[in-house]
Design a binder for this molecule. Structure first.
Ligand code: AMP
Length: 512
């Protein structure tokens, strides 16, 4: 692990890393590292070839009278801990390195930064946006990791990245808590035992609201009242704000739906603490809740999406699917597709208009269209012929190829329930591409799955594929797809390309 404190040295090192073609993840922190930070580092290690952790207590995000001077600083201890994670570099510049005397340019975030933390701490997000922009420019990471604990910060940074075209991906990771529920924070360093006990009131108040929501209470006013009651029952806590908001706009809501966020801030003793909770159905995993919050809004709103983040949460969801794990052999690796090929081949998810779905396609994993783009194989060549493109380069400008039961095996017997999970994952995957209007279904198995799992038709209530295709070798129907939010889709049915005795003609001209 390199310790770097000089900006030019960090820029050089990052340039060297990028020159080798390796991906670079950045975890920005203010040090006094704890398990919350370590969870971001683990996530970064799992997704990126190289990882840089920055440690910088950023003066510009602290207001006058705030805790900048006494913020805990334990560089040696932090570096010791980071060594165990085998990261590539710790970037720990001094304040004068980051803000020399001549410094005068700031990044000013918009309305998302005005409420909540922004209202209580004027100038805070201006400082955050400025330092984050500087760190991004110094390290030039591919992916940057933030914690849900600072929910508004994550949103402000996400907006900043989109607005200023910074070209990095933001991954937001769930809040890490102590066993008793207290969200980990470096600021615990200056809390007495008694304060710490009192601080539990934040997470307790949020959990209380969650319990009520689970019981069916959806009026924000009632839930807020309950949060307030719990907070006020703790004499050592002084509430700064509590709110239940729309997860992207951060405006208060009247009715709480999945993905809405409750946020609280309070002073306990001399520490100021924040916490939040994303509402969702009981039993929803933290990653899924984040996904619900962060993909809220109309699916075609490209601005509300971060390609990459969704693929990551979707991957986690697939990996966490226990019913799927029961099945032994996995054909197309979802993790590989979602994190590697989607990232590599679809930097702009909006370009994809057509999804080609082929159960059992290709017959050999090595022939998977995306695996070796330079090498042609029979399956790939036949798919390209069918949709009228030359090669993968041309294919990926409009098309994406996926697998009807990507996450599952091709055993002779795949349980119904597992298939339903697959369909759920397939739909989630399709929703990554907001502008899809056409599906191309290859072969009988994908046809049956499309009819039952995507279109919700009963088995036996639709024509057999061979009959449907008999006349012209392909068929088309325009239909609302219930599993894709009732979106209108043109669905083309074709023979499976490697089915030797039947071949569909090229349907490329109809797919525009
Ligand atoms: P800080 O050092 O407090 O500026 O935090 C650095 C990063 O770690 C930010 O993205 C925080 O949101 C994240 N973080 C801090 N505490 C936690 C926690 N308890 N769980 C998850 N992430 C956290």
């Amino acid at each position: 692990m390199r310790l770097v404190s000089n900006i030019v040295e960090m820029q050089t090192l990052a340039r060297q890393i990028r020159a080798t073609g390796k991906s670079l993840g950045l975890v920005p922190t203010m040090g006094a590292l704890h398990d919350g930070h370590f969870s971001l580092i683990r996530q970064a290690k799992g997704q990126c070839d190289t990882v840089v952790v920055s440690i910088f207590v950023n003066p510009t995000q602290f207001g006058p009278g705030e805790d900048f001077d006494r913020y805990p600083r334990h560089l040696e201890k932090d570096l010791e801990a980071l060594r165990a994670y085998k990261i590539d570099a710790a970037f720990a510049p001094s304040a004068s390195e980051m803000y020399p005397e001549s410094f005068q340019t700031f990044v000013e975030p918009g309305p998302q930064a005005a409420s909540l933390e922004g209202a209580c701490r004027p100038g805070h997000f201006r400082g955050v946006a400025t330092v984050v922009t500087k760190l991004f420019n110094v390290v030039r990471p591919d992916v940057v990791y933030f914690g849900q604990k600072d929910f508004q910060q994550a949103l402000v940074v996400r907006r900043l990245v989109l607005d200023l075209n910074l070209g990095v991906r933001i991954v937001i990771c769930p809040t890490v808590r102590d066993a008793d529920g207290l969200a980990k924070s470096s600021r615990h360093a200056y809390m007495s035992e008694e304060d710490r006990r009192a601080a539990l009131v934040l997470s307790r108040s949020l959990r209380r609201a969650e319990e009520l929501a689970f019981k069916g209470e959806s009026r924000a006013s009632e839930l807020l009242e309950e949060i307030r009651k719990v907070l006020e029952s703790e004499p050592r806590a002084r509430v700064d704000y509590l709110a239940i908001v729309h997860p992207i706009r951060l405006e208060p809501v009247d009715r709480v739906t999945s993905g809405c966020v409750a946020l609280v801030a309070a002073r306990v003793g001399s520490a100021r603490l924040i916490d939040n909770l994303i509402f969702g159905p009981p039993g929803t995993s933290p990653e899924m809740l984040l996904q619900m919050a962060l993909t809220a809004g109309p699916i075609a709103d490209a601005g509300a999406r971060i390609p990459g983040l969704e693929t990551e949460t979707l991957r986690l969801k697939i990996e966490n699917c226990r019913d799927c794990a029961a099945i032994a052999s996995i054909r197309l690796p979802p993790r590989e597709f979602l994190t590697q090929y989607v990232k590599r081949d679809y930097p702009d998810l909006n370009v994809v208009r057509v999804v080609v779905i082929g159960r059992d396609a290709p017959p050999s994993l090595d022939n998977f269209l995306y695996r070796d783009p330079g090498r042609s194989n029979r399956f790939a060549a036949l798919v390209y012929d069918l949709v009228g493109v030359q090669d993968l380069e041309e294919f990926k400008r409009r098309f994406v190829m996926t697998h009807a039961i990507r996450c599952h095996a091709t055993e002779t017997h795949v349980p119904e329930k597992a298939l339903a999970y697959c369909a759920q994952h397939l739909c989630a995957e399709l929703k990554l591409f907001p502008n899809i209007g056409t599906l191309v279904i290859l072969g009988d198995d994908a046809y049956v799955q499309c009819q039952t799992l995507l279109l919700g038709r009963s088995p036996g209530k639709f024509k057999p594929l061979l009959e449907l295709l008999r006349e012209q070798g392909w068929a088309r129907e325009d239909v609302r797809v219930p599993r894709l939010g009732d979106r209108m889709m043109r669905v083309f049915y074709c023979y499976h390309p490697t089915m030797d005795y039947m071949r569909s003609p090229c349907i490329g001209a109809m797919l525009d």
